[in-house]
Design a protein around this ligand. Structure first.
Ligand SMILES: N[C@@H](CCC(=O)N[C@@H](CS)C(=O)NCC(=O)O)C(=O)O
Length: 269
């Protein structure tokens, strides 16, 4: 079926979420016109269970299928919209790209989230404002009122406490060192092109790196951090505390192309 004749995919998302950014970026990279339906943490559970039988976002409705999990979403997009590719054509490179995607999904994404929320959830005004950034005033105010309950639910769901946050921070630093070590002379993680491995690492680091390309408002909490590279602004505005490590430097060096950004029919929500 020609691209233009296919039903418009619907992405169910949290705006402020790095796993959701991973799926958004894949859609944008492939310039796939789609609709975004944003929900708020805590209020997402019922609709997501109803839609997909589980609660984690992102969820993509694509040609009659409902797909949960960013990795599965990218695999489905790659199948239905192969151009431009996110998977290398070469089998060994593809294997490496998928292995790196899995590594960052398992060892960077959840840990960065834990460390990040451990620092920010106690700051109720900031955290509630970030989680509702861009929403209308009524939504923002209502969410702020409900936030103490949402926060407790989030802490329970993530198993968030001082000990788990410390372990998560250590694992993030290990993952950042691995990222630094894996970047090839080309500047990409696999071969000479941007692949799912680069997309995954960069999207999952977006809460720390705060790239300009992030499509929703990111609230700045950071003091000045000494620039580490020629693209220091990406590092400096995002890095807070112990996550300012070599890997944040590596992420700022990684290329961040979004060929399909704002492509025809991409509906921002
Ligand atoms: N492995 C999943 C992880 C998704 C995930 O952890 N999503 C978080 C937001 S970053 C979420 O929806 N948490 C709420 C919940 O699980 O109910 C993926 O790659 O999509």
């Amino acid at each position: 079926m020609a691209r233009r004749d296919r039903p418009t995919p619907i992405l169910w998302q949290f705006r402020y979420s790095h796993f959701n950014e991973k799926a958004r970026w894949a859609l944008d990279f492939k310039a796939i016109p789609h609709v975004r339906r944003s929900v708020l943490p805590g209020f997402h559970m019922l609709p997501m269970y109803w839609l997909s039988g589980q609660s984690a976002m992102p969820v993509l409705q694509l040609g009659g299928r409902t797909i949960a999990d960013s990795t599965a979403i990218i695999a489905a997009l790659e199948e239905q919209y192969p151009e431009p590719p996110l998977y290398p054509r070469n089998a060994r490179q593809r294997e490496r790209a998928l292995a790196l995607e899995e590594y960052f999904d398992e060892h960077l994404g959840p840990q960065l989230r834990l460390a990040w929320f451990f620092e920010t959830l106690p700051a109720s005004d900031f955290a509630a404002a970030q989680l509702t950034a861009g929403a209308d005033t009524f939504t923002q105010r209502s969410f702020r009122v409900a936030f103490p309950f949402v926060r407790e639910a989030m802490k329970l769901k993530m198993g968030l406490n001082a000990e788990s946050a410390k372990a998560a921070r250590d694992e993030v630093v290990t993952a950042l060192d691995r990222l630094e070590a894996e970047i090839q002379p080309s500047g990409y993680l696999v071969g000479d092109h941007f692949t799912v491995a680069d997309l995954t690492a960069a999207a999952l680091l977006s809460p720390v790196v705060m790239p300009h390309e992030f499509p929703y408002p990111l609230l700045r909490i950071c003091r000045k951090v000494r620039p580490a590279t020629g693209r220091a602004s990406h590092v400096a505005r995002g890095s807070a505390g112990p996550l300012t490590s070599t890997g944040a430097t590596a992420a700022s060096r990684t290329k961040w192309p979004r060929p399909g950004e704002g492509g025809p029919g991409v509906v921002r929500s």
